[in-house]
Each structure stands twice: as structure tokens, then as C-alpha cells.
Write a protein that binds this ligand. Structure first.
Ligand code: PMP
Length: 443
């Protein structure tokens, strides 16, 4: 039986009068009768306005690494609030948090703060341009770096006769100036030859290669270790900077993020989501010689809310917990157990499947091998996943309804969550098979 969404739907109709699509981000609109409004969250769960309970595998697109409303982090944030919110002056705590970031992410020799991932990546790209005096940059297909013009380009691969052909790159929606496209050099993910080709021909126009080490908005497709190392090597060889965008992977896939996992060091990196368990703060970290270019008369960086008291205090507490406890081991362990047991359910029914990325943010595919790049991902059929996701959400397992986002795990997910999730998963798989038949699964 469908769960009631009476209050959510009523609220949607009211909200529509004042808020475009009834929400504050296009991605939160799930349809006129499916858009959820949250009453509250606690630990690994949230409740909607109709009091439907969900085990949350979205975690706000990743930040809530310790679970919703973590008591210690929230207490720290309240204490931070006592100091005052913003002064347009610095406080001592900025240094304490910068030290923590540096301790965990080696590449962050120096640190500057921002409020969001978008702002941090913008600041990192501006720094790279300021240092090199070049305006161009490489982005990799399938990456998401936030909502600013420079990075809002995606390959239109659907009409390609051959997937290795050169596609047209379209902006994510209207209002992104076409002029910006001229500075952007897109390259297919995990394709070091294409990257080398672009750098060989255009390195004198390129400031940086911007890489998301695991495609956190493309089902968790990871860089192969060889590709990630090749990006490092090619960036150094062609004298362009390597910006590693760890907004999703930072303090999640390991204490030192993907750079630690892969043993690769960025020139500049960005971190955000998991650093403050959901409070709005991000950081740019990088080589000292580069970061010192943030200076009067050189590269400008700032912002009214930068390093605000509450978010900074939340970051200090969250990072301390991540550094000093086994929280990330528990996140990874839960992700592994979840994948292993989901795999058993699927294997028992002869359904081809695999998982991509890191267990703390894993993608689920209904085929034997995971896509390795955006083109392959985009051209796959996700009907089985999309149908299954509706069953799961309907029954209180809140994964992303479309297959782009991986499943995010927090340290608050426990055995009870695991058992409940698997029971719902098993029922959902059977219901999906009844609805679509086995033929809907890609072999
Ligand atoms: N970079 C990456 C890798 C991201 O995943 C995101 C957000 N999903 C951003 C940048 C932008 O961050 P924000 O939404 O905080 O602006």
C-alpha cells in the first residue's frame, strides 16, 4: 500500500505559490505528488511531514557523515554561536580548524575557508588562474563541481554515432554564457591519452586540470589508480596545476580523502561536505607557494560569511571525531556489509549487478561490470534501478530516486538499519521483477 503523503502534497501546493517548484533547489523537486518535506532527522533516519520514517542513504548529498543532529557537533555549534556569528574579522578557531585539515590532508599546507563546495571550487580555479596567468581549464566528463558557469558543461553523448566521437558540450540549463565554453577543455573520464592530447596541444592556455577522484554525482564511478596517477604526472609534465575536488570524498573515503586512498597529492584541493556534518563550510587547501598568492594585489578571496562561528565550531568537532574515533571505519564497514548482502539477494535471483566507487558512497549497477566513464553510464538503461528505487523509498529506504547519486553511509547507520534495509531491498527487488520482468535487467 502506498504510504500517505497527504501533508507533503498539501505543503507542496502551498509552497508552490511562493517558491519555484515549491523547493529551494531544483533537485529537491521529485514531482507534484512525490516531493518530500522533512519534519526532522535523527541519526541515520528522517521523518517527513506525514510521519513516514526513512533510513537515509542520501544524507543531504553526503555531508551528514556522523548522522543527523549529532549531539556533540550540535553542542559545539551552539557554543560557537555564543562567540558571535560573523565579525568581518578573524577568530582563533580558524587556525585550529586549518591545523586539523592540514593534519588529515597533507596537500593542504595552507587553508582558506568558504561556505559551500561551489564557492571553494570557484576560489581554487581562480587561484590557479591567478598563479599561472592562464584562463583555460580541463574538466572531466561526468564530474560535478557545483553550480557556477565554468563547470556547468556536459557532453551530449546521446546522438553520437560512435561513443569515442567528439560530442557537443551543453550547459546544465539556460543562463550559462556560451563564451565560457571557450575556456573549458572537457576530456572523457579515465582516459589519460585524451588528457595528454589536450595538454600537449593547449597547455599554454590551461591553468589547471580539475578532477573529482570519484564521480560523486555519477553513481560513484572511480578514477582508476592509473588514471589518477596519470593526471598527476601529466599536470606536472605540462606545468598545469592539479585541482582535486574532494567536496564529496574528503573526510569520507578516508581521513585524508581520495588523495590518501590513491596516494596522489594535489596542488590545490577542495573539501566541504563531511567536514562539518552538515553545517555550511568548505575549504581550499594547497601548496604554500600557491596559497600565498591569496594576497592584496594578487588573487582575491573572501566573503561575508566565510568561516562563520557556528560552522567553524561544528567543523572543529566533526574533524576531531573523524580523526580520533573509528567513525570512518564504521562507515566503510557498514557500506561493505550492505553491498555484500544486497549482492547475495541479487545473485540468488540471477540478477547481474556490481557496485562502483567506495563503500561509503557506492553506486549500484544492474550489469556485470560498472561503467568507467560518463558516456558509458549515460547510455546505459537504468529502468530497473529507477523502478526499484521507487519501491525502496515507498517503504522507508531513502536512496536517490534517480541513479546518479551513490548511496551515502553515515557512522550512525547500525545493524537495525542494515536488517531493515535488506528486508525492504529484497521485497523491492521481487516487486521490480514482477513489474518489469527479468528482461529489464541489463546483462
Ligand atoms: N564539488 C563536488 C565534487 C560536489 O559533489 C559538489 C556538490 N554535490 C560541489 C562541488 C558543490 O558543492 P555545493 O553544493 O556545496 O555548492
Amino acid at each position: 500500500m502506498a504510504r500517505p503523503l497527504t501533508r507533503c502534497n498539501e505543503h507542496f501546493r502551498r509552497a508552490l505559490r511562493r517558491l519555484p517548484l515549491g523547493v529551494s533547489s531544483n533537485f529537491r523537486y521529485w514531482g507534484d505528488d512525490k516531493t518530500l518535506y522533512v519534519k526532522r532527522g535523527r541519526g541515520p533516519r528522517l521523518w517527513d511531514l506525514d510521519d513516514n520514517e526513512y533510513i537515509d542513504y542520501r544524507l543531504g548529498y553526503g555531508p551528514v557523515i556522523l548522522g543527523h543532529c549529532h549531539p556533540d557537533v550540535d553542542a559545539a555549534a551552539r557554543a560557537g554561536q555564543e562567540v558571535g556569528t560573523v565579525f568581518a574579522l578573524s577568530t582563533e578557531r580558524e587556525l585550529a580548524v586549518a591545523e586539523l585539515i592540514h593534519e588529515m590532508v597533507e596537500a593542504a599546507e595552507l587553508v582558506r575557508f568558504s561556505n559551500s563546495g561551489t564557492e571553494a571550487v570557484m576560489a581554487a580555479l581562480r587561484l590557479a588562474r591567478g598563479v599561472t596567468g592562464r584562463d583555460g581549464y580541463v574538466i572531466l566528463e561526468g564530474s560535478y563541481h557545483g553550480l557556477f558557469d565554468a563547470v556547468m558543461w556536459q557532453a551530449d553523448v546521446e546522438g553520437l554515432a560512435d561513443v569515442s566521437d567528439e560530442p557537443i558540450y551543453l550547459p546544465f540549463g539556460k543562463g550559462v554564457p556560451g563564451l565560457v565554453r571557450e575556456l573549458c577543455f572537457p576530456v572523457p573520464y579515465n582516459d589519460a591519452n585524451r588528457l595528454e592530447d589536450v595538454l600537449r596541444r593547449h597547455h599554454d592556455r590551461i591553468a589547471a586540470v580539475l578532477i573529482e577522484p570519484i564521480l560523486g554525482s555519477c553513481c560513484g564511478i572511480p578514477s582508476t589508480p592509473a588514471f589518477f596517477r596519470a593526471v598527476r604526472e601529466l599536470a606536472s609534465r605540462y606545468d598545469v596545476l592539479m585541482i582535486v575536488d574532494e567536496v564529496k570524498t574528503g573526510f569520507r573515503v578516508s581521513r585524508g580523502g581520495a588523495q590518501q586512498l590513491y596516494g596522489v597529492r594535489a596542488d590545490i584541493c577542495t573539501v566541504a561536505k563531511a567536514m562539518a556534518n552538515g553545517y555550511p563550510i568548505a575549504a581550499i587547501g594547497g601548496r604554500e607557494d600557491l596559497m600565498r598568492h591569496y594576497a592584496g594585489g594578487q588573487v582575491t578571496h573572501g566573503g561575508t560569511y566565510t568561516a562563520g562561528g557556528m560552522a567553524l565550531a561544528a567543523a572543529e568537532r566533526t574533524l576531531t571525531i573523524l580523526r580520533d574515533t573509528d567513525a570512518l571505519d564504521r562507515v566503510e564497514g557498514y557500506g561493505r556489509r550492505l553491498q555484500e548482502r544486497m549482492g547475495r539477494v541479487l545473485s540468488a535471483r540471477g540478477i547481474p549487478h556490481c557496485f562502483a566507487g567506495h563503500p561509503s558512497m557506492g553506486g549500484l549497477f544492474f550489469r556485470d561490470t560498472a561503467p568507467t566513464n560518463y558516456r558509458d553510464w549515460k547510455l546505459s538503461d537504468y529502468t530497473f534501478y529507477d523502478t526499484l528505487a521507487q519501491h525502496l523509498i515507498e517503504n522507508g529506504v531513502l536512496c536517490e530516486p534517480d541513479s546518479r547519486e551513490p548511496w551515502f553511509i553515515s557512522a550512525a547507520h547500525d545493524q537495525a538499519c542494515l536488517e531493515r534495509t535488506l528486508a525492504v531491498f529484497e521485497e523491492g527487488v521481487d516487486a521490480t521483477l514482477r513489474q518489469l520482468g527479468h528482461s529489464a535487467v541489463q546483462a
